[in-house]
Design a protein around this ligand. Structure first.
Ligand code: NAI
Ligand code: GUE
Length: 398
């Protein structure tokens, strides 16, 4: 770097400014994941109510729970309870840990074919004799509300629209709704698991102009082979630190830049050294880091409740996609009926006319569906409620 260039960097760099003009220390804003989750719940609830008012059925979340792990049962109960609160229906299928992989795959296949189920998830972890990848790949990609199917992961990595894994979507929404800037910022994601760390890093580093917009940040991924002193060097330069390692107190005050945002994904149950009671902590030393960070998420009450909210949102998206595909199918049959019914003489121009009408309405519906699936607002006002083309019951009764 040349001298002038270096000077420019010095002027612009937050790290430089920070080192030379350290801002006065004040405690961080504690981001309430519970409050943000409530916001999302409201939005999902309103959408479902609007869909129901238009005569659509309610989305249905199907859950498969294998074994008797206490935490898994708690999480699943939490999900189905929330689904009910938001006006969805749900069902949980319990199976013993001794279930064979074949039986589990058969069960998934049955739920895939069950048209009443909008979204389906198999709670993880699974017993050792079951191949987790085979199970995730058995779920129909359009019902895969966890976003763990190989096709959804592939799309995520290609910046295509897809089911985004709930925890990564939760981190994304927390950052967006808090107004934390990501473009050009330094982010360190601590943890590289395929279900958590990797999808978070994928969302944050990718291009904001792509089909599935990303955060346009400079992302560094740390993992268990990253030596702690190096991890500290990296996190000290980070504007955003996302801890998803499953290591209590991994991120301490001395590892965080003044004014950074710290998102704690970790969920660790530890025994309190003072009271001897079991309690939940994240990967971040909350009390210490709170003094330096501008934003911090607590555990509990941070990413966890938002993860549940994003599973709900994914289930709604899955149901909307089903409606969209059904409408498309209806449109196809309408087109066929038109060309079959009319006399040959008028067929060409009549079908051209019909095609024009159908196409414009189809586009309107598609855009509304896309907006909703990418997190935009789903404008049901735009989708023609009274239209012949998009009311299946009308067409069928004719
Ligand atoms: N809040 C939520 O909604 C969710 C929270 N979690 C929690 O997030 C944490 C991570 O979950 P998973 O990714 O599923 O776990 P995992 O065990 O699959 O992955 C942990 C990752 O952290 C890395 N790691 C381990 N020790 C490290 C160290 N000392 N320094 C840097 N990196 C290190 C590993 O290389 C690995 O990539 C766990 O505490 C889990 O309970 C997981 C899913 C959802
Ligand atoms: N197929 C599948 N999908 C998942 O999304 C999935 C999974 N399997 N297996 C386990 C992990 C973990 N996970 C959490 C969700 C919510 C909280 C949560 O709500 N936590 C509360 C505290 C809950 C408590 O008190 O134990 C909180 O942080 O405030 C935590 C963890 C989803 N996971």
């Amino acid at each position: 770097m040349g001298n002038t260039e270096h000077r420019k960097w010095e002027e612009k760099s937050d790290v430089y400014k920070q080192a030379h003009h350290p801002p006065s220390s004040h405690a961080a804003n504690v981001i309430s994941g519970k409050e943000l989750a409530r916001q999302i719940h409201k939005e999902v609830q309103n959408d479902i109510a609007e869909m129901a008012a238009q005569g659509s059925r309610r989305p249905h979340l199907g859950v498969i729970l294998v074994g008797d792990d206490h935490a898994s049962h708690c999480y699943v109960r939490n999900k189905t309870r929330t689904a009910t609160l938001l006006g969805m229906s749900s069902s949980t299928i319990f199976r013993p840990a001794s279930i064979s992989q074949e039986e589990l795959l058969e069960l998934i296949d049955r739920m895939n074919k069950d048209s009443r189920v909008s979204g389906l998830l198999v709670q993880l972890p699974l017993p050792d004799h079951i191949n987790e990848r085979a199970v995730c790949n058995a779920i129909a990609p359009e019902k895969d509300v966890d976003g763990f199917h190989i096709v959804n992961i592939g799309k995520l990595c290609l910046d295509q629209r897809c089911m985004v894994p709930a925890t990564a979507a939760a981190v994304w929404e927390i950052i967006r709704r808090t107004g934390i800037e990501t473009v050009g910022k330094n982010v360190v994601v601590v943890g590289r698991s395929k279900n958590v760390g990797m999808p978070i890093a994928m969302l944050l580093h990718s291009d904001r102009t792509h089909e599935r917009p990303g955060g346009d940040a400079t992302v560094t991924i740390a993992h268990r082979s990253t030596p702690l002193p190096q991890l500290k060097e990296l996190t000290c330069l980070a504007d955003i630190v996302i801890a998803a390692a499953g290591v209590p107190h991994l991120i301490t005050e001395d590892m965080v830049k003044q004014g950074a945002a710290v998102i704690d994904v970790g969920i660790n149950r530890i025994q309190d050294p003072v009271t001897g009671k079991s309690r939940l902590v994240g990967d971040v030393d909350f009390e210490g880091v709170k003094k330096r960070a501008a934003f911090i998420t607590p555990v509990p009450g941070g990413v966890g409740p938002m993860t549940i909210a994003m599973v709900m949102k994914n289930t709604l998206i899955a149901e909307k996609e089903i409606i969209f595909l059904r409408e498309k199918e209806v449109m196809r049959s309408v087109m066929q009926a038109w060309t079959r019914k009319r006399p040959t003489l008028f067929r060409d121009w009549l079908s051209a006319l019909a095609y024009g009408t159908v196409l414009s309405e189809y586009k309107m519906f598609r855009d509304a569906s896309r907006a909703s699936a990418t997190g935009g607002t789903f404008s049901t006002k735009k989708s023609p409620k009274t239209s012949l083309w998009f009311n299946p019951s009308q067409i069928i009764s004719e």
